[in-house]
Design a protein around this ligand. Structure first.
Ligand SMILES: [Zn+2]
Length: 414
């Protein structure tokens, strides 16, 4: 039997696995369009389950559609070691976001299976439902409900732009499982993911080791003005909802420099109504996304912004309604696991870099209930959530090797 230190994943097999998955929902620009609970998501899930059964994992699906594949340990009374990520993608998104963490974990499980390695603890691979939150807001709802941080029926009731409800779509695609989406004790949770930013490339490191994830605050803003014929209506006295929104959007953009500290703020989605060139816009809905390592700074920033919004609508004679859609506190990772990833990278001969994750991940919710850490690999030119999202194959292999050895170490702990 091979010595554990010498064990490596099969990089070529990982590449093929990722390429096969990238065909499901492939876009002309080389990306992937695999929205949560779409037919493409179902197709990818079906294939994932086939692969789990091939390596004799015990597959279960819970009422949120989260998929788990379990491998027994020598002592199944011990809490399992868990790893995974998400299969769904952004609209016209990339081939690596999320899926690398699920396929990387499969490659780790395949390597352990074919080498007949026994572990002390059971091990579980997971695919979380709707991590992206772009078809159904908010994001990370599979892990959110499972960890007890989001309420199941509220999540079921969330609708997409066509008004289809998440719960109904889950049922339609046949992934509303019979097991309750309720957490069980986890010994360690590792999530392998692309960095989605430019830092690793900038410092020239292969393995990124985040100390945690920034907080995420999401708002939906609805502005209401008065529609009218654009020709005969004088400029003076108009209640133009889109102009009000435009001013607000620039305030969002200026917020981080105004507040100081480490923060980003973005408006990424906007709907204008009636959206006709000869009608003054009467209804605008847009989103606000604020992120920071400092939760209080993000809260203060929002309070500040809200006052600005109110004075803008007042000046323009519009109305405003604000919904706080989602709030996740910043998530510091488990120091012991973070150190393990750093040490493992060194032992395997990879350069590593200690950082912070600006992107949200299921690891954020997991860190609230179990020791959690993440492994990052570089995103070429720091691009993500776009079709050109890319990562070198050898970096994909490196990250999976780090995952393999971290998982094995955690699974050998008594
Ligand atoms: Zn992701």
């Amino acid at each position: 039997m091979i010595k554990i230190e010498k064990l490596r994943i099969n990089g070529a097999r990982l590449k093929t696995t990722l390429e096969v998955m990238a065909r499901i929902g492939a876009t002309p620009g080389g990306g992937v369009h695999r929205l949560a609970l779409s037919d493409q998501d179902k197709q990818a899930r079906d294939l994932f389950i086939t692969w789990l059964r091939e390596i004799e994992l015990e597959v279960t699906i819970d009422e949120m559609g989260n998929i788990f594949g379990k491998r027994s340990g020598n002592n199944n009374d011990l809490f399992p070691v868990m790893s995974g990520s998400h299969i769904d993608s952004q609209p016209m998104g990339g081939r690596f976001d999320g899926i690398l963490g699920v396929m990387g974990a499969i490659e780790v499980f395949r390597t352990i299976y074919e080498n007949k390695i026994e572990t002390q603890r059971p091990m579980v691979i997971v695919n979380w439902t709707n991590e992206e939150g772009s078809r159904f807001a908010p994001a990370m709802v599979g892990s959110g409900v499972w960890t007890g941080k989001l309420e199941r029926d509220w999540v079921y009731s969330r609708a997409d732009i066509q008004g289809r409800k998440l719960g109904e779509e889950l049922e339609r695609m046949g992934y509303k499982g019979k097991y309750p989406a309720r957490r069980w004790p986890v010994h360690a949770y590792y999530e392998y993911h692309i960095e989605q930013g430019p830092e690793l490339e900038r410092v020239g490191s292969v393995i990124g080791v985040p100390q945690g994830i920034v907080c995420l605050h999401w708002y939906d803003v609805y502005v209401e003005g008065t529609a009218n014929q654009v020709g005969p209506t004088p400029m003076e006295g108009r209640n133009d909802a889109l102009c009000a929104a435009a001013e607000m959007i620039l305030q969002v953009n200026a917020l981080p420099s105004k507040m100081g500290g480490n923060m980003v703020a973005t408006v990424g989605e906007i709907h204008n109504s009636p959206n006709s060139r000869n009608i003054i816009p009467s209804k605008v809905h847009f989103t606000v996304d604020i992120r920071s390592w400092d939760d209080n700074l993000a809260v203060r920033a929002w309070e500040d912004l809200r006052k600005d919004f109110e004075s803008i609508v007042e000046r323009r004679g519009c109305q405003i309604r604000i919904e706080e859609t989602w709030r996740v506190d910043h998530a510091p990772f488990d120091e012991k696991l973070v150190k393990r990833i750093l040490d493992t990278a060194v032992n395997l001969g990879y350069s590593s870099y200690h950082m912070v994750s600006g992107a949200g991940h299921d690891a954020s919710y997991m860190s609230q209930i179990a020791p959690t850490a993440m492994i990052f690999v570089p995103s070429i030119k720091g691009r993500s959530h776009v079709e050109v999202e890319n990562t070198e194959w050898e970096d994909c292999e490196a990250g999976a090797n780090v995952l393999l050895h971290c998982v094995l170490q955690s699974a050998s702990e008594k």
